[in-house]
Design a protein around this ligand. Structure first.
Ligand code: SAM
Length: 272
C-alpha cells in the first residue's frame, strides 16, 4: 500500500490491526470459492486480501480516493477484484450488483458514522444477499438483537428484524484498531428471510407505526399513534382493542407480532 497517511476521522477510519479478529470475521462469513463478495469501506485492505483469496469475485467500494487508488494498484493484476472509488450511499448498488437473488455476501467493517443508513440500504436490497457479516459500533449492534422491554429495543430492531435473522457473533475491543475508537465494536451476521418474520399488511404502515411508537418514548402508545395520524383518533381505540393491545402501554413493550397485528389493523383502514 501507499505511505500511510493519517486516518480520517470524518470517514470513520479505524483500521483493523488484529489478525485474530480479521480471521474470525472471515470465518463468520462462511466463505466458499463460488462466493461473490461486496466489501464496503475496505480501507487499507485488512480484510480484502483474505477475501480475494477465498472468493470467486470481490467488489470493493471505498470513498477515500487515496485508499481506493492504492487498492486499484494493489489488485491491478487480479481480474476478479474490482474497486469502486465512491460513496456506498450514493452508488446505484442495484445496478452494480445485478438482479440474481442471494448472489452476494457482504463483509465489512463499516464506517460507524453512517452505519445506520448503510444498514437500511442493505435492507432495501436484501434479496441480493445470502449473508452479511458486519462490524458495527457495539451500541448499534445491541439495538439490532434487543428484546422488548429493554432500552436498546427500538426502530432498528423491528425494521431490520422483520427481514433478517440477526446474530451477534463476537465483541471487539478498541485495542484491535488503529486508531483506537472510543467505543467497543461488535460483529453481527445477518441472514435475509424469504418472507417477513410477521405478516404486517402494508409495510409502509408498519414502518410508520414502529417509528411513531418510538418517536416519544415517554408517551403511551395511544398518544404516539395519535400524533402520527395513521388513523382517525376516534377509531384508534377500537383498532387497539381488536388487536388486544392496551393503548396505555409504551411502544417498547410491544413484541414484533403485536406491532405486526397493529399494522395489519391500520393497513385495512387505509385500504377502505
Ligand atoms: N475495512 C477496513 C479495516 O477493517 O481496516 C477499514 C474500515 S474503516 C472502519 C471504514 C472504511 O470505510 C474507511 O476506509 C473509510 O474510508 C470508508 N468509508 C467511509 N465512508 C464511506 C462511504 N460513504 N462509502 C464507502 N466507504 C466509506
Amino acid at each position: 500500500m501507499t505511505a500511510l497517511r493519517r486516518p480520517l476521522k470524518a470517514l470513520g477510519q479505524n483500521f483493523l490491526v488484529d489478525g485474530n479478529i480479521i480471521a474470525k470475521i472471515i470465518r463468520a462469513a462462511g466463505l466458499n470459492p463460488e462466493d461473490s463478495i461486496l466489501e464496503i469501506g475496505p480501507g487499507r485492505g485488512a480484510l480484502s486480501d483474505l477475501l480475494a483469496q477465498r472468493a470467486k469475485r470481490l467488489l470493493l467500494v471505498e470513498f477515500d480516493h487515496a485508499l481506493a487508488f492504492a487498492l486499484k494498484d494493489r489488485y491491478a493484476a487480479h481480474d476478479l477484484v474490482k474497486v469502486i472509488d465512491g460513496d456506498i450511499l450514493a452508488l446505484d448498488l442495484a445496478a452494480v450488483l445485478g438482479k440474481e437473488p442471494a448472489a452476494w455476501k457482504v463483509v465489512a467493517n463499516l464506517p460507524y458514522n453512517i452505519s445506520t443508513p448503510i444498514l437500511f440500504r442493505l435492507l432495501e436490497l436484501r434479496a441480493l444477499f445470502s449473508r452479511l457479516v458486519l462490524m458495527l459500533q457495539r451500541e448499534v449492534g445491541e439495538r439490532l438483537v434487543a428484546s422488548p422491554d429493554c432500552s436498546d429495543y427500538g426502530v432498528t430492531t423491528l425494521l431490520l428484524g422483520l427481514w433478517f435473522d440477526i446474530r451477534r457473533e463476537f465483541i471487539v475491543p478498541p485495542t484491535c484498531f488503529h486508531p483506537r475508537p472510543k467505543v467497543e465494536s461488535a460483529v453481527l451476521s445477518f441472514v435475509p428471510l424469504m418472507r417477513p418474520r410477521a405478516e404486517v399488511g402494508d409495510e409502509t404502515v408498519f414502518r410508520k407505526v414502529v417509528k411513531g411508537a418510538f418517536a416519544m418514548r415517554r408517551k403511551t402508545l395511544a398518544n404516539c399513534l395519535k400524533a402520527c395520524e395513521l388513523a382517525p383518533a376516534d377509531e384508534l381505540g377500537g383498532i387497539l382493542e381488536q388487536c388486544g393491545i392496551d393503548g396505555k402501554r409504551r411502544g417498547e413493550t410491544l413484541s414484533m407480532e403485536e406491532f405486526a397485528s397493529l399494522s395489519r389493523g391500520l393497513s385495512k383502514l387505509h385500504l377502505i
